[in-house]
Design a protein around this ligand. Structure first.
Ligand code: HEM
Length: 172
């Protein structure tokens, strides 16, 4: 059997926990906006609480990544494939940082304090509907960019498997 170097246990655990959370957050995000007419405020609360949670988990993950080395891709991986793989992940990290921050500021500027599972968090921005509209557009665009990057990331896994490198075993 092919020998595969794995990521550390904590990075593997956080990868899947965050993958599930992001999937849920994104689906809830699009659904709640689509059905805004029926005032799905419970979904808004859940979207925001999970968004704040995943932002906290991100710092834990970055810390774990910093203290444990990522296993390298096989030496014969084409440079372009390495660039696409690492570039996709780098932009995903940017989205993971920007989405919760823009969401938080969107909520505040729209006039709503953010609650983390019922606990009210500090208001960082005064109500400003015009600004809320702009941040809302950024948050929506970021959501679509994130979906695109996740798709690329999954296509990358499939491409590696097709050439016989079971990359999924590194992270499971
Ligand atoms: C953690 C990553 C997050 C992702 C991937 C994400 C993604 C999304 C997506 C895809 C939408 C739908 C956009 C649309 O169709 O207009 C949305 C809407 C929204 N998100 Fe997030 N979000 C995240 C975090 C947050 C956080 C932390 C907050 C607030 C604390 C937040 C607040 C909002 C609000 C208020 C809306 C609704 C905007 C509207 O009613 O037009 N989001 N989000």
């Amino acid at each position: 059997m092919q020998h595969i170097d794995k990521y550390s246990t904590s990075v593997r655990f956080l990868h899947w926990l965050m993958a599930i959370l992001f999937a849920v957050i994104i689906v809830i995000g699009f659904v709640m906006v689509e059905f805004k007419e029926s005032k799905p405020w419970g979904l808004y609360e859940l979207h925001k609480s999970l968004g704040v949670l995943v932002f906290g988990l991100l710092f834990l993950r970055l810390l774990m990544r910093a203290v444990s080395k990522a296993p390298p891709l096989p030496a014969d991986t084409a440079l372009i494939a390495k660039l696409v793989a690492h570039g996709t992940v780098a932009f995903m990290y940017i989205c993971m940082i920007m989405m919760p921050i823009s969401g938080y500021l969107l909520s505040n500027s729209a006039g709503f304090p953010v609650k983390f599972f019922g606990i009210e968090l500090p208001v960082l921005l005064a109500k400003n509907p015009e600004l809320a509209e702009k941040i809302g557009e950024l948050h929506e665009m970021g959501g679509w960019i994130f979906v695109g990057l996740i798709t690329l990331h999954i296509l990358g896994v499939i491409a590696h498997h097709l050439r016989g490198f079971e990359v999924l075993r590194r992270i499971t």
